[in-house]
Write a protein that binds this ligand. Structure first.
Ligand code: DC
Length: 215
């Protein structure tokens, strides 16, 4: 049987991670955070003193780095030299560098190939910016999350992170390769006024309805 992929795209701090995790848990699917993969490369560039604005240097590093995909606790993750830099990829330095790395076409090509390989782990809930448009455009299960800039900034500050979300959204939406956009056929959920329980219930309900309709 072909595995199911639920694609959750959206702006920064629109609740993709929380909701993707809740949906994966409720359905017993594997959770894939594709932003973490881009962050891992940004972190690795900083480690190796590679300028993230230098596409050639980043691409050269990408050819050399030793990575492996694994699935642990129903989560897919990308290891570098056998190590998963879980905490390191969440620093302000990595957040500031990641959009540059994610704009490089060769990087996106590499990441998309790894992300597609994740179907080996089972049914997936995959979150990112181009899952429904580019990674799995054929999936029937596409969701796009958004919330007002004020609400998203409030959420990030509550996590202790002060970030210029408007600037990152602009970079993600205006890049030439696979820009952030609403995938064709996606259910758009603006969750400015919703809790994550409410948002995830909307998604789970819609998925169950569609799966029941296929029987
Ligand atoms: O979701 P996040 O903040 O961890 O994503 C980190 C960066 O990676 C963000 O600038 C957008 C980019 N990204 C992307 O371009 N495509 C994806 N599928 C996932 C993330």
């Amino acid at each position: 049987m072909k595995n199911i992929v639920i694609a959750i795209d959206g702006t920064s701090a629109s609740g993709k991670s929380t909701n993707a995790r809740l949906v994966a848990q409720a359905l017993g699917y594997v959770y894939v955070d594709t932003g973490a993969m881009y962050r891992t490369l940004a972190w690795y560039c900083l480690q190796k003193n590679v300028d993230v604005h230098d596409a050639k240097a980043v691409t050269a590093l990408l050819r050399k780095w030793k990575t492996r995909l694994e699935c642990a606790d129903a989560r897919a993750r990308l290891l570098v030299d056998g190590y998963y830099p879980e905490k390191e990829i969440r620093t302000a330095e990595v957040s500031a560098a990641v959009a540059q790395v994610a704009a490089i076409p060769k990087v996106r090509e590499w990441m998309v190939a790894r992300q597609r390989e994740c179907v080996q782990f089972g049914n997936l809930v995959m979150e990112g910016r181009d899952i429904g448009t580019n990674v799995f455009p054929e999936t029937e299960f596409k969701f796009y999350l958004d919330a007002s800039l004020e609400e998203r900034t409030r959420r990030r500050s509550a996590e202790g992170v002060n970030e210029n979300l408007a600037a990152r959204d602009q970079r993600d939406s205006q890049r030439a390769t696979a820009p952030l956009m609403v995938p064709l056929g996606a259910m758009v959920i603006n969750n400015s006024q919703l809790t994550s329980d409410q948002t995830s219930h909307l998604i789970i309900g819609e998925v169950r309805k569609r799966l029941a309709g296929k029987k």
